[in-house]
Design a protein around this ligand. Structure first.
Ligand SMILES: Cc1cc2nc3c(=O)[nH]c(=O)nc-3n(C[C@H](O)[C@H](O)[C@H](O)COP(=O)(O)OP(=O)(O)OC[C@H]3O[C@@H](n4cnc5c(N)ncnc54)[C@H](O)[C@@H]3O)c2cc1C
Length: 386
């Protein structure tokens, strides 16, 4: 697919992309099916990625990171999307979890945890969702109570990406339950803390190589400096950091949609029906032409969102609109592309079949499409009309 030039990326980004692409093609793609069966990727892969500077690339050298910029992490996300890899939870680790610690952790906590996250020795996860609530985070029930120099955490989380392997978990807890959203605080729990345990690996309909787990906190005692930022400000921090999380979903959806499209062009050029290529039917041509136009729009929109974020101007509404639009784009693209594969599109060994089921979660996690519409509608409908 001919891509419009992407002025956001300089030559140094391009050579990094080439390096990541080689890594993905050699060290991820050939093993991904095995990892789908194992419901996770080996730890060694994380260490390799760390060695190559593929983790927490944005993290300043002073904090133990490579000291590059966020575009490098987004390149990793795009290249994983390009090969349809869902197993390596690098983007969540680098772009979502590490920033909470880097932005809100004490110097001592950062020094203890961040170098290991950049090297791949420590895997990160974020635990907000609970069995009883996901969209309505103000209703979480996991409690943290102060006890001298420690906090003691009781509760349960579910659907946690990287959960089975995580060494470092950012946990949203209630510190003043009666205050609703104003009583939420964030804590870091390391997996070696007594009282922390993991439940079963959750069996999903897609993204099989990604490890998704339940986590339990049974009187987990963490030192006071494991609290991120100020007490009862957790909801504010979540709302601020969620803009970057939602941007990441836009980036990964656009990359996955482009990959599904390109694979479908190749397939329809090879497959014959009624004495001609499937790509020769007018229906196929029009479907692909329509998707191509949508992908061009999606690319321009995505890069505009990235540019605004790098300038510090991406707010919650813009990020939510992007997440809504790109996750729904991916759904449309994978559905149409699967149809153009005919019955082979329904066979699990075909990349488009996996892309189709893998895509479905994008409209749910990091805030559902309905919640994205709520966020946008508040800005659109509750402000005085221009
Ligand atoms: C594979 C996977 C990975 C995940 N990874 C993580 C992770 O790493 N960390 C983490 O904390 N969470 C994670 N999640 C959880 C995910 O973010 C939640 O599932 C999601 O936010 C929705 O919450 P819920 O499942 O409780 O659905 P609910 O909140 O129960 O929603 C059910 C339905 O009601 C709708 N709804 C809810 N409120 C409103 C409203 N106000 N207006 C209109 N409709 C509404 C929703 O849109 C949805 O359609 C993951 C989930 C999955 C499946």
């Amino acid at each position: 697919m001919p891509h419009a030039s992407r002025p956001l990326f300089g030559p140094e980004h391009q050579s990094f992309r080439d390096q990541v692409r080689r890594f993905c093609e050699r060290e991820i793609a050939p093993h991904h099916t095995d990892w789908e069966a194992a419901h996770g990727v080996p730890r060694e892969l994380w260490r390799r990625a760390g060695e190559l500077g593929l983790l927490c690339a944005w993290l300043p050298e002073a904090d133990g990171g490579p000291g590059a910029d966020l575009l490098y992490d987004l390149i990793v996300c795009e290249e994983l999307g390009r090969i349809g890899a869902t197993g390596p939870g690098f983007p969540l680790h680098s772009v979502i979890v590490a920033p909470y610690i880097a932005h809100h952790g004490t110097p001592a906590l950062k020094a203890r945890l961040l170098p290991g996250m950049a090297s791949g020795e420590r895997i990160g996860a974020i635990a907000m969702t609970e069995p009883g609530t996901g969209s309505d985070l103000a209703r979480i029930r996991t409690r943290a109570e102060r006890d001298g120099d420690h906090w003691v955490i009781h509760g349960q989380k579910t659907f946690i990406t990287n959960g089975h392997h995580a060494d470092v978990v950012v946990v949203a807890c209630k510190t003043e339950p009666e205050r609703g959203a104003r009583g939420v605080s964030l804590f870091v729990v390391t997996a070696d803390t007594p009282g922390f345990s993991r439940g079963r690996q959750l069996h999903k309909i897609g993204q099989h190589a990604q490890d998704t787990a339940e986590l339990f906190f049974d009187g987990v005692r963490v030192p006071a400096d494991h609290q991120l930022g100020e007490a009862n400000q957790g909801f504010r921090y979540l709302m601020r950091e969620l803009a970057q999380e939602r941007l990441l979903v836009s980036v990964q959806c656009q990359a996955r949609a482009e990959a599904a499209f390109e694979g479908t062009v190749r397939y329809t050029q090879q497959r014959q029906a009624f004495g001609q290529r499937v790509a020769d039917f007018q229906n196929t041509r029009f479907q692909l032409a329509g998707l191509w136009a949508e992908l061009q729009a999606g690319r321009a929109y995505c890069d505009q969102l990235i540019a605004r974020h790098l300038d510090g101007g991406l707010d919650a509404v813009d990020a939510s609109a992007g997440k809504l639009w790109h996750s729904e784009l991916l759904g449309r693209v994978t559905d149409t592309c699967l149809q153009l594969h005919g019955g082979y599109g329904y066979m699990a060994e075909y990349p488009i079949a996996r892309a189709y089921v893998d895509a479905r979660i994008e409209r749910i996690y990091a805030g559902t499409s309905e919640i994205m519409k709520e966020v946008i509608a508040r800005a659109v409908c509750d402000q005085p009309a221009p």
